[in-house]
Design a protein around this ligand. Structure first.
Ligand SMILES: Cc1cc2nc3c(=O)[nH]c(=O)nc-3n(C[C@H](O)[C@H](O)[C@H](O)COP(=O)(O)OP(=O)(O)OC[C@H]3O[C@@H](n4cnc5c(N)ncnc54)[C@H](O)[C@@H]3O)c2cc1C
Length: 494
């Protein structure tokens, strides 16, 4: 197909949202071209960098078994898979977004989640039980905490590979090293996109355009403009290509901004990580095990409740909390009791890791920290731990601290067993929450409230679903659900 040939549906961005839109449109008979800014070797967007956790409604172990082909008796016995009801999904989404989530979008996300899992499977995406995020009882039994029961086989890389394979098989044209610059319009209708390819600008006509180009997390200028001062100093956890191009193009075409433009998903991230991540390192910089220890800043003080809720419901706001600390740095501190619980990625050679046989020795190795204050903080913390409440990593155990200004609400343990270990962390931004307004069919709404003919959006680019925080596993789900919706509508309109 010549690149100037008019296609039915032109998709900007080859992450999960773009590929879900492309596959759906193709399955409905449309001709589809996907343009991707990255070279082929770096294709896949944030989707490819992701951990692959998926949040979907499920009724019980049989639903998990349907997604995971080889769930044997031993696995069934080892874990209590629980369930995740629609009501729980709405509750979690409501609670973590401070009840600002758009009800129409929330309903689509929740109600379509189970079917979307089956559809992803039908496209070749494999799943595994997500043991990592669950409660672990001392007897070895794994108790699923609800929400994300499965992860994608091969994580983000596996998802990407499967979807590109499906797209190629379906006859979708994918054009790499091709960056969308602006939308083409005729009398208010979007008729294609102007793109830059090998230094040349080309007009690509289409009957409908789906924007799926991610947020602005990899654009320091936009981060500072929208998220606020200091955000230019965050490290990028995912793709370096999500620089807000799709959002700018949509706003230029009159789209209505929606959602939490000063909000984002950001996590605790190793201080040694590069400013923008690369596929070589992927998720090895992840430092999400703070529930097993404490986090302190350069003043030697704790600044956040490390156990306010399950990890999946709090990790996405830890980056912001760390960014607000002096020097945008913090240290996670653990004693030997935590060592078996901490994830493997903490042990990579490149990690900003320190250890000591005494707390004094450890404190002496943490550059820039107020050592005296740190030791006082740990002493006060140890004293405040409610040791009469049993520690139970199989539950939110309510074993908190008593009398501290910054409490730790669950899983509080005394730091007293050498060796002691610390990791220096900073803020890693994952994706931004602000986006454009869409209707139920994924069509972009303009600033006057009218749909823009020929323009659809999906994935990180749509605003209104997430505010302040997000329930882990719902980023990929949102990309898949709204990608499918946009693809179906774009095909119908073409
Ligand atoms: C480290 C990390 C871990 C994560 N883990 C999870 C998880 O376990 N579970 C979960 O639910 N979510 C997770 N997420 C979030 C999840 O990855 C995203 O929400 C989701 O992948 C977004 O999909 P998308 O298709 O909207 O964007 P992307 O996958 O980022 O795709 C956008 C694409 O658009 C392309 N593009 C940008 N500008 C242009 C342009 N001008 N022209 C052409 N193409 C362009 C980009 O190159 C990119 O390929 C994680 C994210 C990161 C970074």
């Amino acid at each position: 197909m010549g690149e100037k040939t008019k296609v039915d549906v032109l998709i900007v961005g080859a992450g999960l949202a773009g590929l879900a839109a492309g596959l759906t449109a193709r399955q409905r008979g449309a001709s589809v071209r996907v343009i991707e800014r990255a070279p082929q070797a770096e294709r896949g967007g944030n989707t490819r960098f992701s951990n692959g956790a998926m949040r979907a409604v499920y009724a019980g172990v049989d639903d998990v078994a349907e997604l995971v082909d080889d769930l044997g008796d031993a696995e069934r016995a080892r874990a209590d898979f629980g369930s995740y009801t629609r009501e729980q999904y709405y509750d979690d989404l409501g609670r973590v977004t401070q009840y600002r989530t758009d009800p129409v979008m929330a309903e689509l996300l929740v109600e379509e989640s189970a079917d979307t899992m089956r559809w992803l499977k039908s496209q070749g995406v494999g799943f595994l039980p997500l043991y990592e995020w669950q409660f672990k009882r001392p007897d070895g039994k794994i108790i699923f905490s609800g929400g994300s029961a499965v992860e994608i086989r091969g994580a983000g890389d596996g998802a990407s590979a499967a979807l590109f394979r499906a797209a190629e098989k379906a006859g979708i044209e994918i054009v790499y090293d091709t960056k969308a610059l602006s939308l083409l319009t005729e009398g208010g209708t979007v008729t294609g996109a102007r793109v830059r390819q090998a230094g040349r600008d080309i007009d690509m006509p289409a009957k409908a355009v789906v924007l799926a180009a991610g947020g602005f997390e990899a654009n320091p200028e936009m981060r500072t403009r929208y998220l606020g001062p200091g955000w230019e100093l965050a490290k990028v956890r995912g793709s370096r290509f999500n620089t807000g191009d799709g959002l700018r193009m949509a706003l230029d075409a009159g789209a209505m901004p929606a959602g939490h433009w000063s909000g984002c998903h950001s996590a605790s991230w190793d201080l040694n990580a590069a400013d923008a991540n690369t596929l070589e390192f992927g998720t090895v910089w992840k430092r999400d095990d703070f529930i097993y220890g404490i986090m302190v800043n350069a003043a030697g003080e704790r600044f956040v409740d490390e156990g306010s809720d399950t990890r999946a419901l709090i990790y996405a706001r830890m980056g912001r909390a760390i960014l607000a600390q002096p020097g945008q740095v913090a240290w996670q501190i653990y004693d030997a009791k935590a060592a078996p619980l901490i994830h493997g990625e903490y042990r990579v050679r490149q990690a900003a890791k320190f250890s000591g046989n005494t707390l004094e020795e450890l404190a002496g190795k943490l550059d820039g920290i107020d050592r005296r204050a740190l030791l006082a903080t740990i002493a006060a913390f140890n004293k405040a731990v409610q040791q009469d409440v049993p520690l139970d990593h199989g539950n939110k155990d309510g074993r908190g601290t008593k009398g501290l200004i910054v409490p730790k609400s669950n899983w509080a343990t005394v730091l007293d067993e050498p060796p002691f270990e610390a990791w220096a962390v900073t803020c890693g931004i994952t994706f931004t929450f602000g986006g454009v307004k869409i209707d139920k069919g994924g069509q972009v709404i303009d600033v006057d409230g009218a749909p823009i003919a020929g323009l659809y959006a999906a994935g990180e680019m749509v605003g209104g679903l997430f505010y302040f925080n997000y329930p882990g596993g719902s980023g990929l789900m949102s990309a898949a659900v709204f990608g499918r919706i946009a693809g179906a509508s774009a095909a119908a309109a073409s």
